[in-house]
Ligand binder design. Structure first.
Ligand code: 2HG
Ligand code: ZN
Length: 475
């Protein structure tokens, strides 16, 4: 990327800071052209316009420390930036901040086969971590549709979930060590990749899910595990949420489960039409389950077939397809994994909500009734990680309505949705984080005492409020 037209916002940076950054990073790694500002200033959210002052591309921890100390000296804000695949505006730079991109710090530093761990720089791409682990016969098990461009620092800062949480848990479960640069410019080495370390408060966990408000993650050590044996996928046509829960109970008891996902009929229609892929069945059903399991032996396959037959006898499953090859397994996954990207063209209003698995049908039916009342004229698409109690609710913007009008209308209904979530003891953000989009609603999931403590912790790590201001809560 070459430096082009200077954006008006660059004037906001004190000259002395601009000079210091130019001499630290050169023209090549301090970008101020309009195209770069627009590109690096935004994540995958589309409700806020990017407006950073510049983009910084450091290549070392010491450069990052210098940047933080300059930011403190001149009171300029920094937005840590990974692959910017987030959906809550956590990586948006919309107020003249400097984007601190880790994209030039993406090396895999070490794979320790005996210790089953991998150490990498904060900008390492998730998919490259998967490949590096696979070269050693191991697996980093956090996976999702955006793993080709998302970076590990961002995954950790948002405690990313994904498609196999039911088996492996969230990112938090796999982080054994972190190096972070805090808002004071200090480099902290947290937990050093240790499996066992009971020496007081574990600050590593504060950075996991911190959304960049405490500092920036510059290096991570991750646990690795064995890859699953012969994973196979079934897609099931299901008449109701209650049936889906019966199927989940059966799968938990009888299969070595890797994923249990769901999507509605409208989600299936959008993804098959949008991506030009074949629907799994001739007939249509209200919901579909995508079940992935290990089929290490002939008995495992027979057991899965018997389970599906039993569910059909009960009326819980109406139709079923089981992958017969690796390429079929991948095609079936596309029915679920490609939904988000397919519906992005309708600038959806997204809600990423959860409750306990048991209460998930109640959450879906109550929220569904509510959105049917408020959005009778809009298309509502449901899908998600039903086996984790996590539902993705997407409301599609009609072409005739402006983004601003649509957002205002949806935001006013969010209060009602989040009240239902709160009453069911759930979370207003199961995996995408609070960022900019959910911060006005944080009190639906966290009580005032917790939020006060969060502010106090932020002040300890970042006394001048340099890092990611206005995200998670107002400064
Ligand atoms: C998924 O599960 C992602 O596909 C994206 O978390 C969800 O687009 C969404 O709402
Ligand atoms: Zn998801």
């Amino acid at each position: 990327m070459t430096a082009g037209k200077q954006a008006a916002d660059i004037a906001k940076l004190p000259d002395a800071m601009t000079h210091a950054l130019r001499s630290l990073l050169g023209e090549e790694r301090f970008l101020t052209d309009a195209e770069s500002l627009a590109h690096y200033g935004r994540d995958w959210t589309r409700f806020v316009a990017p407006a950073p002052s510049g983009v910084l591309l450091p290549i070392s921890i010491s450069e990052i420390q210098t940047i933080v100390s300059l930011a403190r000296q001149y009171q300029v804000k920094l937005v840590p930036s990974g692959g910017r695949t987030g959906l809550s505006g956590g990586a948006m730079a919309a107020k003249g901040e400097l984007v601190l991109s880790l994209e030039r710090m993406r090396k895999i530093l070490q794979v320790d086969k005996a210790g089953r761990s991998l150490t990498c720089e904060g900008g390492a791409i998730t998919g490259e971590i998967h490949r590096a682990a696979a070269e050693h016969g191991l697996m980093y098990p956090v996976d999702f549709a955006s793993s080709g461009s998302s970076q590990i620092g961002g995954n950790i800062a948002t405690n990313a979930g994904g498609i196999q949480v039911i088996r492996y848990g969230m990112t938090r479960n796999w982080v054994t060590g972190l190096k972070v640069v805090t808002g004071t410019g200090e480099l902290l080495e947290l937990n050093q990749g240790l499996v066992k370390n009971n020496t007081g408060l574990d600050l590593r966990h504060l950075f996991i899910g911190s959304e960049g408000i405490l500092g920036v993650i510059v290096e991570a050590t991750l646990g690795l595990t064995d890859p699953p044996k012969n994973p196979r996928v079934m897609v099931l046509g299901v008449p109701s949420m209650a049936s889906l829960m019966h199927v989940l109970t059966g799968c938990q008891a009888q299969l070595s489960l890797l994923a249990f996902e769901f999507f509605s009929d409208l989600a299936l229609q959008k993804v098959t039409t949008g991506q030009g892929i074949q629907p799994p069945f001739k007939d249509r059903y209200p919901f579909y389950a995508l079940v992935e399991f290990e089929s290490a032996s002939a008995e495992a396959e027979t057991q899965a077939e018997q389970l599906v037959e039993g569910c059909m006898t009960q009326g819980w499953v109406r139709d079923a397809v089981l992958s017969q090859s690796e390429s079929q397994r991948r095609s079936l996954w596309r029915l679920r994994e490609d939904i988000s990207e397919t519906i992005a063209q309708w600038t959806p209003y997204k809600n990423d909500i959860s409750t306990t698995v048991q209460k998930t049908p109640a959450l879906l039916s109550e929220v569904d009734a509510l959105v049917a009342r408020h959005y009778a004229d809009l298309e509502v698409v449901w899908y998600g990680h039903i086996g984790d109690g996590n539902l993705h609710l997407n409301i599609l913007k009609p072409d005739t309505v402006s983004v601003e009008e649509f957002q205002a209308r949806c935001k006013s209904v969010s209060h009602h949705v989040f009240r239902v979530v709160q009453e069911l003891g759930g979370s207003i953000s199961a995996e995408h984080g609070v960022g900019l989009l959910k911060k006005d609603f944080l009190h639906f999931s966290r009580d005032p005492a917790e939020i006060t403590l969060m502010r106090g912790i932020k002040a300890q790590f970042d006394p001048d409020g340099i890092f990611n201001p206005g995200k998670v809560f107002n400064a």
